[in-house]
Design a protein around this ligand. Structure first.
Ligand SMILES: [Zn+2]
Length: 472
């Protein structure tokens, strides 16, 4: 069945120090309710907004990396609606119609050898937050907190080019990593990225799912909505054009308020903020300031460190993981080994513990672990056990190895002593090994058993062969 999915993504510019039009802190999280406000973001009469220059630059950078066209002039508009989270009764935002354009239009992004068109990128202010004690359904009253009101928000709208929820996830991964690399948005912060999704089946009516509060939930919400619409279709019930919201606790979409039409908002030009001209110099200087972005970084990882495309891709999907790898590779020259430990082993824990940031492990730990294995100080299996300890305790691998008494025995004399005693007790096996080279593995097994698996198998085998040769 033909599915069409379009996205409307809101990301806060958490990299800023202040809000979009006043000097209140952009970091409103964890503060007492209504403690991060001033007359401007409360929209009191007589106050004037002043545009945050850095916010304009960040939004333009986002628009450039999404390959959008940037207009010569950007203007701001008032979007009028009455809702308690909006102290002024209008939101300062941008507008796209009648030759007026927001900071970016007509962009395009490639991801996983697919493409999605970007309809627009615009800069606007975040509303406040409504708090429903004990949940929206059961709360008897609503509290309002304006700490977030006026925080700079960039809205990115895609064309409905997706036909698979999995592609949406891949695209959002890439977008999140790009925002992280630009340093404009910490996508891990609660509520810093929110997504609205349009879903329609086979040319049917469009359903909008509002305010999915994390990129990780988006794929699940779409999958639920597709199967909901499919089952309506099978029962012969028409899908209504409506707005729903995602209940992440119950994992379902629920019908919410009737959708306002765009003209209900009565947009008009914001008279208090002069239009901004984009000079070629500004665009050029922003392009020059642009840091290394995920695609370029992946190619460099392949070339500079000899990583496979696949491993490099997993690393650059999360800037923190990519930085972690590069720090580790600086500490120990076998970069491929460092990368493998991160991608195949550590990544398993990050899924379990909700991100590598929550673990006590640092690049230094992985560098040392890779080195200990390379030097045959510990076996790979032991290293995995040690890793399990490090992620919890933050101790160095060599310390854990000492504590667990698992350091590999690669001391020649120690191994020779063990082999001598094995030859003493396994006389008939020795006789077999002298006649048939293949049975030598039995003796190696005995040596490994005697040492509790700690013998360096390569060296042990070499010493066993030597001793056999000396007997004949
Ligand atoms: Zn303020």
């Amino acid at each position: 069945m033909n599915v069409k999915i379009g996205l409307e993504i809101h990301c806060q510019l958490t990299g800023l120090k202040s809000k979009l039009f006043c000097s209140c802190s952009a970091d409103y999280r964890g503060k007492d309710a209504n403690a991060n406000v001033c007359p401007i973001c409360l929209g009191l009469p007589g106050t004037l907004p002043l545009l945050n220059k850095k916010a304009l630059e960040y939004a333009t950078m986002i628009s450039l990396v999404l390959n959008c066209r940037t207009p010569g002039t950007a203007a701001f508009y008032r979007k009028n609606y009455f809702y308690p989270d909006l102290p002024k009764n209008f939101q300062i935002t941008q507008y796209n119609a009648h030759e007026i354009s927001s900071i970016g239009v007509d962009g395009q992004v490639e991801f996983d050898s697919k493409k999605v068109r970007i309809r627009r990128v615009q800069l606007e202010e975040d509303p406040g937050r409504l708090v429903y004690e004990g949940g929206m359904e059961t709360s008897l009253y609503t509290l309002v907190d304006y700490n977030r009101a006026g925080v700079a928000l960039v809205e990115i709208v895609t064309e409905p080019d997706f036909d698979d929820p999995k592609d949406v996830r891949l695209f959002l991964n890439k977008l999140a990593s790009t925002l992280e690399h630009l340093g404009v948005c910490d996508t891990r912060l609660e509520g810093s990225v929110r997504c609205d999704v349009n879903v329609s089946l086979a040319g049917g009516r469009k359903v909008e799912i509002k305010n999915i509060n994390s990129f990780r939930e988006v794929e699940k919400a779409i999958m639920f909505e597709i199967s909901r619409q499919k089952s309506l279709g099978m029962k012969g019930i028409e899908v209504r054009s409506e707005t729903r919201h995602w209940d992440d606790a119950r994992r379902v979409t629920i019908q919410s308020r009737v959708k306002e039409e765009e003209q209900d908002y009565r947009y008009f030009s914001e008279p208090d903020i002069p239009a901004v001209n984009f000079s070629d110099d500004l665009i050029k200087s922003l392009k020059n300031q642009m840091p290394e972005l995920p695609d370029a970084r992946r190619s460099r990882f392949v070339e500079q460190f000899g990583l496979s495309e696949q491993v490099a891709q997993v690393l650059i999907n999360d800037k923190y993981l990519a930085d972690f790898f590069e720090d580790g590779a600086r500490l120990y020259e076998n970069a491929r080994e460092v990368a493998n430990w991160i991608v195949t082993d550590l990544k398993g824990y990050t899924d379990e513990f909700d991100g590598i940031r929550s673990l006590r492990i640092k690049p230094l730990h992985i560098a040392e672990l890779a080195k200990l294995v390379d030097q045959s100080m510990i076996s790979r299996t032991t290293a995995k056990q040690i890793l399990q300890e490090i992620v919890k305790s933050g101790e160095m691998p060599s310390e854990v190895a000492k504590k667990l008494n698992v350091a590999q025995i690669s001391d020649r004399q120690a191994l020779i002593d063990v082999i001598d005693s094995v030859f003493e007790t396994e006389k008939s096996a020795v006789k077999d090994a002298l006649q048939n080279e293949k049975t030598v593995n039995f003796l190696l097994g005995k040596v490994m058993q005697t040492t509790g698996g700690r013998a360096d198998p390569k060296l042990a085998l070499e010493l066993i062969r030597k001793k056999l040769a000396s007997i004949t």
